[in-house]
Design a protein around this ligand. Structure first.
Ligand code: HEM
Length: 221
């Protein structure tokens, strides 16, 4: 990704294999895993740091039947086992493992190593924010759809092409009711207009073209 500046070029293995690095790798031992192996879980007892020597790994959160991918790790990336994430080898993978306490010494000797951590953690943060946004946004959509259905049932009037609903509220008022911002409400309503679920008659009146589809949408959230 271009926005990652030069951090993408940082590869811990290059740093560690450079002649001036001495015996930085002495605390690390190599471990190999075949593809599709779950390598670490949040229940891992050892507090370890590892560097990817080869292959590709996936860092993800898992709860019941849901999974959220937080990051992919590639050669030269670093990660740890003291997180609430699962780590899976996607390809045949080799990692260099060391205890977190030993790694602390490495970090003191070679502070530039922390830049690789920034790169990995930045990626993790980006994907975490996207996940939070998705979850929060989905919730708002559900509450807005519920509001529209309820208002349509309470005071909707059958009209040609659907149900006319005099909302009696401004976008601002609806936002407060649903617990979000005016912008988000407009954004979701525009999405519904684009998908032909609703039509705007005026600022406070909507035509719900397909109430049944809206109800189904609510169930599928
Ligand atoms: C010198 C080595 C390291 C030390 C001393 C250290 C220490 C810590 C400590 C004290 C916490 C808070 C734990 C808690 O609240 O229970 C933490 C959390 C975390 N660390 Fe490290 N860490 C080290 C290396 C790393 C590395 C290399 C990575 C990955 C690049 C990393 C990623 C994380 C993440 C993602 C969390 C949040 C975990 C969660 O809440 O699920 N750490 N670390």
């Amino acid at each position: 990704m271009p926005s990652k500046m030069k951090l993408t070029d940082l590869n811990l293995l290059k740093i560690f294999n450079s002649p001036e690095s001495g015996d930085l790798l002495k605390n690390f031992s190599i471990q190999r895993f075949p593809k599709k192996t779950l390598i670490f879980t949040p229940f891992e007892e050892q507090n370890l740091v590892f560097i990817v020597k080869s292959g590709k790994l996936r860092v993800y959160l898992s709860f019941e039947d849901k999974e959220f991918t937080l990051s992919f790790l590639e050669t030269g990336d670093i990660f740890s086992t003291h997180t609430r994430a699962f780590v899976q080898a996607l390809d045949g993978t080799e990692i260099l493992v060391c205890s977190t306490s030993a790694f602390r010494e490495t970090l003191a000797a070679r502070p530039e190593v922390s830049l690789t951590m920034v790169k990995v953690l930045g990626d993790l943060l980006k994907n975490s924010i996207s996940t939070i946004e998705g979850l929060a946004f989905k919730d708002v959509r559900m509450r807005l759809v519920e509001f529209l259905i309820k208002t349509a049932e309470d005071r909707g009037l059958p009209a040609s092409g659907g149900t006319v609903v005099e909302l009696g509220l401004s976008t601002e008022d609806i936002a407060l009711l649903v617990g979000t911002t005016r912008q988000t409400i407009s954004q979701i309503l525009n999405e519904f207009i684009k998908t032909d679920l609703i039509e705007k008659i005026n600022r406070r009146t909507l035509l719900i073209k397909d109430l049944e589809a809206l109800k189904e949408l609510n169930v599928s959230f």
